[in-house]
Every structure is written in C-alpha cells, then in structure tokens.
Design a protein around this ligand. Structure first.
Ligand code: NDP
Length: 442
C-alpha cells in the first residue's frame, strides 16, 4: 500500500531533486555560491530564468567522453579485476563475500574489490598530476556542469532500465516488489538485487562506484583549482579533503560489511539509489569543497583543530558503533563489548516462505546509549565538514541539514521495518533502549 504522504514525497522528489542539484551548482557557478541572490534576481525581475539558463554550460563532447571513460573504467575495475588487496593487507575483508539473506531466502555472492578500485584510481590520478600530465588535475571542476548532464543521463537511464528489467527479466522474480503504483515502483525500485551476468550487481556498483570513488577525486580537483587560482590550498580545504577522505576510505575498507547495511540488504534498486548514486551523491556531498574554491576560507589554528577533533570524534563514534554491531552479529553475541559480555534481547521473525528465524538485538555498548548512535557519529562528522567553510554562506550547510533529514527519516523507516519484522520483541527492545539518536533528548 502506498499512502498519500509517500506518494506526494516521491512526486516532489522526482520533480524537484534534479532542480535542487542544478540550483546549488548553478548558484556557485553564476552567484559565488549565494543561494539567495539567484532568487532575488528572479523575483525582482533583474533576471529571467532564460538568462540563467543561457549562461549555464551545456553538455559537451569532452564531458561526455570524460564521463564515459570514467564509468567504463570503474566497470572494468569492478568486473574484470578480482580483488588482490585481501591477500596482502592484514585485517581487510575482500574477494568473494556473501550478502544477507534476502526476503525470498537467497544469499548473493559479491566480489568485494572496491578498495582496490579506489587505490588504482587514485594512484593513476596522482601519477597523472605529478608525472604524466595527460590532463589537468582541475579537469573535474572545469567540466563540472557539463558532467552534471552526463551523470543525469546515466542516473535516469539506469533507473529506467532497472524498472523495465524488473518487469521483463528480473534476476530473482521472488525478490521483486510491485506496489501497483508506477511512481513508487520507479522511485523505490522493483528488483531487490538486479544483476547482469553473475557478478555485475547494480546496487553494489552504483552505491560505491562511480559515486564514492569519485568523491575524493572531486575534492582533489577542487584543491587543485584553489592552488591554480590562489597559489595555495587553504587549511579548510585540507580539512574537508582529509575528513571526507577518511569517510570514503572507511567505506571501502568496510565494503563487505556494507553488504549488511540498509541500502544493500533492505532497499530495492530504483531511481532513489540509481539516480541518487550517480547525481545526488557526487554533486551534493562535495559542496563544501566546491564552495571553498569560490571562498578560500582560512581558519585560525584553534578553529581548525576544533573542527578536526569534532570530525574525528564523530568518525570514531560512527565506526565503533558500527563495529560493535558487526562483531556482535558475526559472533552471535559471543564477544566482548567494552570488556564485558554484551547484553541483548532474543527475537524471532518469519520470512515470506514461512520459515522462522532467530536474531538478537544488542542493548549494551553504544547500542545501549541510543538505537542509532552510529547515525549520531555520522552527523557529528558531517557538521565538521560544514563548519570548515565558516559562516558566510548557507550553501555548505546543506549537507548537515540533508544528513539530519536523511538519517532521521532512516531511523523511522528502519524502526517501522524492524517493528514489522520483530513485532513484540522490537517493543521490548525500544523499552530497553528508549532513545533514537541523542540519549535523553530524541
Ligand atoms: P544500521 O547499520 O544501523 O542497521 C540497521 C539494522 O541493524 C536494523 O535494520 C537491524 O537489522 C539491525 N539492528 C538494529 N538495532 C540493532 C541492535 N541493537 N543490535 C543488533 N542489530 C541491530 O543502519 P544503516 O544500514 O542505515 O547504516 C549503516 C551506516 O551507514 C551508518 O553508520 C550510517 O550512518 C551510514 N550511512 C551513511 C549514509 C550517507 O549517505 N553518508 C547513508 C546511509 C547510511 P536486522 O533486520 O538485521 O535486525
């Protein structure tokens, strides 16, 4: 059943999300990252929409070639280069790994080679920047709007293809979800784990690459642009590069673990993931770096250190909370959390074929403080990126606003799902751990 609120939200996002991305990027390109000035110009009649549009760079052959090469290169690394990192990096889990059990009871296998793809891509980037000079390190910044059109084309193409595939040739028909509402199905997806062949998994590929591999390259390109424009890279730009770099590396270091997170093991693949990974993520998660090209903020040492500490504490909480749940689930509770045996609630649920499964919900460690303390850490880190940009404009703060909405909505969505799954056992859990994000407040 698709309720009216969900349908209205979906229609809103389908219509406005591409415009929001365009508005942010255009306001940097034409208005020095002011979000107010374009509106003022339009409302006062100083400019017409056509004036803004006419100044917007269009799709170019160069951008199309760069983007095609980029995506093709990531496909090549994903499909044709089996992971070798796990063979020599101690503690890294890569190579062939199993995902979670799907609602239809399927366990998919994945080739986890994202860290390797990230390393190869970045080695090539640095080799080019310092040695080969095939292209300028500012190439991404210099083609940013033409590349936006390419990313949109891919985002819409892959979401539309996924929908058609869901109807005509699904990878696993039993894991498809049809609500009967076209817009909902297009946005939230029909197929659970669409694949081409044995290994090309849409969710794993689009979730991590090309978007997340590109994230650090985009930031490097912004840093290179600062260097070109001002003869130096500011400490704020370095902070954003370092803190977001840690977040990206963490993603690839834990790619096998991400197979058990909501995006991969609960969401179906539609426009939300397809377009979101191609356009929303690379364009809006990197707004701080883009802003700093136009406003090269120089932070005093105390502020820079304060922001670094906030970012690192946020990252620590994010990582440790995720680690505690992972360890707890992997060992089925036979582990130590903060030096003690973990406390938990036993629970059970049924899959669609009527099989009964048992699970455990931990109530100690960070999971005893709040039900989503990993999100709290994530939000602290996100705030740190924004603070690095100073207080002159609101544009760089979009990220923390967006992440707060995303993660709060995710809390509610996840809890709704967990309640449907575990029923009264979930109620016992929420009674034992009453807060969601901030103990004593929410
Ligand atoms: P979680 O890793 O928190 O996973 C939620 C699931 O964990 C629940 O559905 C339930 O699954 C299980 N669970 C819940 N409570 C407990 C408990 N007490 N003990 C054991 N298991 C429990 O959520 P996500 O997958 O959303 O997030 C993973 C990470 O990714 C987070 O740190 C988040 O911040 C980050 N993230 C970042 C995003 C970004 O855009 N930057 C976007 C999304 C996520 P089950 O059915 O198995 O019981």
């Amino acid at each position: 059943e698709v309720d009216w609120f969900s349908l209205a939200s979906i229609l809103f996002l389908l219509m406005f999300a591409p415009l929001i991305v365009y508005y942010f990027i255009m306001s940097c390109d034409q208005y020095q990252c002011s979000l107010i000035d374009p509106l003022t110009d339009l409302l006062t009649g100083n400019k017409h929409l056509s004036d803004i549009w006419n100044k917007t760079p269009m799709l170019t052959y160069r951008a199309a070639a760069i983007y095609t090469l980029w995506v093709a290169f990531q496909v090549l690394l994903y499909v044709f280069v089996p992971d070798f990192c796990h063979k020599f990096i101690p503690g890294y889990v890569g190579g062939v790994q199993e995902g979670a059990v799907t609602p239809a009871g399927v366990v998919n296998k994945y080739e986890i080679n994202g860290l390797q793809a990230w390393i190869i891509t970045h080695l090539l980037w640095f080799a080019n920047a310092y040695y080969f000079h095939w292209f300028s390190p500012t190439i991404i910044f210099d083609n940013w709007i033409p590349l936006l059109w390419c990313a949109n084309i891919l985002g819409y193409a892959v979401s539309t293809f996924a929908m058609i595939k869901g109807y005509l040739f699904p990878t696993n028909a039993k894991d498809c979800k049809f609500t009967g509402n076209f817009f909902y199905d297009y946005m939230m997806g029909i197929e659970f784990n669409p694949r081409i062949g044995k290994w090309f998994d849409f969710k794993l590929f689009f979730n991590g690459r090309p978007g997340i591999v590109a994230w650090t390259l985009i930031n490097l390109s912004y840093a290179a642009k600062q260097q070109e424009l001002y003869g130096q890279v500011t400490n704020s730009m370095i902070l954003v590069n370092v803190l977001q770099g840690i977040y990206v590396l963490d993603y690839f270091w834990n790619e096998a673990w991400y197979l058990k997170t909501i995006d991969i093991c609960h969401d179906h693949f539609g426009w939300y993931l397809g377009w979101g990974d191609c356009v929303w993520l690379p364009y809006l998660y990197t707004l701080q770096g883009l802003y700093l090209v136009y406003h090269p903020v120089r932070l005093c040492t105390a502020n820079a250190v304060g922001i670094l500490i906030l970012g690192l504490i946020g990252y620590y909480i994010f990582r440790m909370t995720n680690h505690q749940k992972d360890l707890f689930r992997r060992t089925n509770g036979n582990c130590k959390i903060w030096g003690k045996k973990p406390e938990y609630i036993e629970c059970s649920y049924m899959s669609v074929d009527g099989t009964k499964y048992y699970s455990k919900l931990m109530t100690s460690g960070f999971w005893g403080w709040a039900r989503h303390f990993n999100y709290t850490g994530d939000l602290m880190g996100s705030l740190a990126y924004c603070l690095a940009c100073g207080f002159e404009h609101i544009l760089p703060y979009f990220y923390i606003v967006y992440m707060t909405i995303l993660l709060t909505h995710r809390c509610l969505r996840d809890e709704h799902r967990c309640f449907s799954k575990y029923g009264k056992d979930w109620k016992r859990y929420t009674a034992a751990v009453p807060y969601r994000l901030v103990p004593g407040i929410f």
